[in-house]
Ligand binder design. Structure first.
Ligand SMILES: NC(=O)c1ccc[n+]([C@@H]2O[C@H](COP(=O)([O-])OP(=O)(O)OC[C@H]3O[C@@H](n4cnc5c(N)ncnc54)[C@H](O)[C@@H]3O)[C@@H](O)[C@H]2O)c1
Length: 267
């Protein structure tokens, strides 16, 4: 699927982005990964070796993105796909349990990573993708479609990505295709909570595996909690030149979670 493609994954240090990066490499791509955490960047260098460009950087910082752009260009001379997977969670704290004076910092923190990071990276990497007639694939969530997938800040940020995909597909057509993926649950995610609420040490992976699986199975039609790698084929297709049929769309990859029964509760 990705032979002769150069693919950059932002936020690829763990969870979804790491699984998608592994899948893309196995599907034939030359991959590059940008990740904010120094520890995760070091682990990526160990896992992938010197053949894979790992850039430690923050997608909310223009200078970091420009450095990543220049490093990709120097190493590969081109870029065929930008896959954005970075994100942070808001702890699913209800609005009325949030101190009013924390809302400003909470929104800045979540929106900067979950929305501004995607806007800035789209702006910075557009020239390379325009040259290759390439693709952008951005990550939203079922939280953009239904209540209780997060609190107000996370949900608003994921709704913003769903809209951003449409706007960028319009602005960048016909040269760059822009699509989104909205996952539901992901095994082995390290999605963290917000500093603004003192929840930065909270990780999705802290939830006991059995409890998370039971909750997922009670809501979902498909019963296997997908891994990050399971999302790989969908991202790879949307990132590839084989996608001649879609732009401006978000694929809801939710294991049937949003297809709620009207009358019958499944056992
Ligand atoms: N975990 C889930 O169940 C789930 C469900 C739906 C959607 N998502 C979305 O999937 C995406 C990946 O999340 P995950 O669950 O794999 O979590 P994760 O924390 O394992 O992966 C996200 C990665 O992004 C990195 N990152 C965070 N801020 C960054 C920044 N400013 N610059 C560069 N990198 C940064 C993190 O360090 C981390 O390595 C997120 O956008 C998340 O909202 C997750």
């Amino acid at each position: 699927m990705l032979k002769d493609h150069v693919v950059l994954v932002t936020g690829g240090g763990s969870g979804l982005g790491l699984g998608v990066a592994r899948y893309c490499q196995a599907a034939g791509a030359e991959i590059a990964i940008m990740e904010v955490s120094a520890d995760k960047a070091a682990r990526l260098r160990e896992e992938f070796g010197p053949g894979v460009l790992v850039v430690q950087g923050d997608v909310t910082r223009l200078a970091d993105l420009q450095a990543c752009h220049d490093a990709v260009l120097a190493r590969h001379g081109r870029l065929d796909a930008l896959i954005g997977t970075q994100g942070i969670f808001d702890g699913n704290v209800p609005l009325m349990d949030t101190a009013p004076e924390r809302i400003d910092a909470l929104f800045d923190e979540i929106m900067h990573v979950n929305v501004k990071g995607y806007v800035l990276s789209a702006r910075v990497f557009h020239d390379l993708l325009r040259a290759s007639e390439g693709a952008m694939v951005f990550t939203t969530s079922t939280a953009a479609y239904a209540a209780d997938g997060g609190g107000v800040a996370y949900t608003a940020s994921k709704g913003a990505i769903r809209s951003l995909v449409g706007q960028l597909a319009f602005e960048f057509a016909p040269h760059v295709r822009v699509n989104g993926v909205a996952p539901a649950g992901i095994a082995n995610s390290q999605l963290r909570g917000p500093r603004a609420l003192g929840l930065e040490a909270q990780r999705q992976s802290d939830i006991p595996k059995d409890a998370f699986l039971a909750m997922f199975q009670s809501l979902s039609l498909m019963q296997d909690l997908p891994t990050a790698e399971d999302h790989g084929p969908l991202y790879a297709f949307l990132a590839s030149r084989h996608n001649k049929i879609m732009t401006g769309q978000t694929v809801v990859a939710d294991q049937g979670l949003l297809n709620r029964p009207v009358l019958t509760r499944k056992a």
